[in-house]
Design a protein. Structure first.
Length: 190
């Protein structure tokens, strides 16, 4: 089976580095528990455009290079890759390709067949829906954390496995979507 894997907050633990970057830049003290929705601009009290600009700066920063894998994701991806074809489908901009591929090779060498950048968190480039990429690749399931992307993929008939995060934990999911809490559960999900 072809499976899509989101990067940020699914296998790449981006939030500690992103919050450290933002807190330093804006002299704030945000914690992971403060993030109740995935759109950061209302929390950070900046415009959507300024938020995207900050992400672009973050992507080029040393903080971005210090992102660690989500706990147990290395083992989970290794398990999945033995039986399935895995594809990274990320909302990152294509401009992060070089750094993203280096990170994937460091932590997940030879586990993914392809990497797709949908540019949804970008100020440049053509934006694509993750569901479009899933349908193009023949992906029948995706591991995701962002509710909008999860609903989009679900409505296209793609099975969604939503990792529990502060920004999605209080939402009742449609019966077709499955919530999981950590990568140790992977053997029971598929």
């Amino acid at each position: 089976m072809d499976i899509g894997i989101d990067l940020d907050s699914v296998i790449a633990d981006i939030m500690p580095q992103l919050l450290t970057f933002f807190n330093k830049e804006y002299k704030t003290k945000f914690k992971l528990a403060d993030i109740k929705q995935y759109d950061f601009f209302p929390l950070w009290k900046i415009s959507h455009e300024e938020c995207l600009k900050q992400f672009m700066i973050f992507y080029k920063s040393n903080y971005f290079l210090e992102i660690k894998p989500v706990a147990n994701s290395i083992e989970g991806i290794s398990y999945l890759s033995k039986k399935h074809k895995l594809h990274v489908i990320t909302s990152r901009p294509a401009s992060t390709e070089k750094r993203t591929l280096i990170w994937l090779e460091q932590f997940f060498p030879n586990k993914f067949r392809s990497v797709y950048y949908t540019n949804q968190v970008s100020i440049t480039g053509k934006k694509m829906k993750k569901s479009e990429v899933c349908l193009k690749l023949g992906v029948s399931a995706i591991f995701e954390d962002h509710l909008d992307y999860a609903y989009d993929c679900n409505s296209a008939g793609v099975k969604v496995y939503l990792i529990n995060m502060p920004w999605n934990k209080n939402i009742k999911l449609p019966k077709e979507m499955t919530r999981f809490y950590n990568w140790k559960e992977i053997k029971n999900l598929l």
